[in-house]
Design a protein around this ligand. Structure first.
Ligand code: AMP
Length: 214
């Protein structure tokens, strides 16, 4: 199944994507993860992307479209994929459709994880991610015993540079302005599935399961 995960930053897309990967083994294509790796490796792409990411702005369309195209051309993506954090603009959504069409593919479901914006700020600033395995925790509602240690692998937990109060408010405005219009785009195509993301992780995943089992 070819899935797009839609939703504001902090809605829980990454957490649900990780559960989907564990359950069905679809490749998880997260443009944020690809970009953070490039930043950590200090590649030319990472150096260019970092200033946009640190400000909570979007990395230019051409850059992310190129990344996704090359990832989609890998063999494993032919069996289905989860796109997490892409597309984020109308230009990206249209480029994705064109690329998939040329591969004889299309999006089967755009799953919108909805969470009220008041809840998102608290969630984002309380988010901690494991440096080693990528597992996401939340100090408010999914807190590890030790806030600095991953309960899965013992790795070090860190706060993403863009999860600070200052950057979060810009990321949420960018979402409303550039990405929220894609809800209508996928609704018009008849593939939009909206789920309430302001619940326990397992309850949200039960809805995802219904959609994927279809
Ligand atoms: P995320 O992990 O999805 O929240 O992404 C973190 C940051 O990476 C975003 O705030 C953007 O700066 C950048 N980014 C990720 N995906 C995209 C995208 N599809 N288009 C533009 N910028 C992106």
């Amino acid at each position: 199944m070819n899935i797009v995960l839609l939703g504001a930053p902090g809605a829980g897309k990454g957490t649900q994507a990780a559960m989907m990967v564990e359950t069905w083994g679809f490749p998880h294509i997260s443009t944020g993860d690809i970009l953070r790796k490039a930043v950590a490796d200090a590649t030319p792409l990472g150096l260019e992307a970092k200033r946009y990411m640190d400000a909570g702005d979007l990395v230019p369309d051409l850059v992310v479209i190129g990344l996704v195209k090359s990832r989609l051309s890998s063999d494993d993506a032919k069996k289905g994929f989860i796109l997490d954090g892409f597309p984020r603009t109308a230009v990206q959504a249209e480029a994705l459709d064109t690329e998939l069409e040329s591969m004889g593919l299309s999006i089967d479901a755009a799953i919108l994880v909805s969470v009220d914006s008041n809840v998102l700020v608290g969630r984002l600033t309380a988010r901690r991610t494991c440096k080693a395995c990528g597992k996401i925790f939340n100090l408010q509602n999914n807190a590890p015993v030790d806030p600095k240690v991953c309960e899965v692998c013992g790795g070090e937990l860190y706060q993403r540079d863009d999860d600070t109060v200052e950057t979060v408010s810009n990321r949420l405005s960018v979402y409303e302005r550039s990405t929220a219009p894609l809800i209508g785009y996928y609704r018009d195509k008849g593939v939009l599935k909206e789920i309430d993301g302001d619940r326990a992780v397992d309850a949200v995943f039960a809805d995802v399961r219904e959609i994927v089992k279809g």
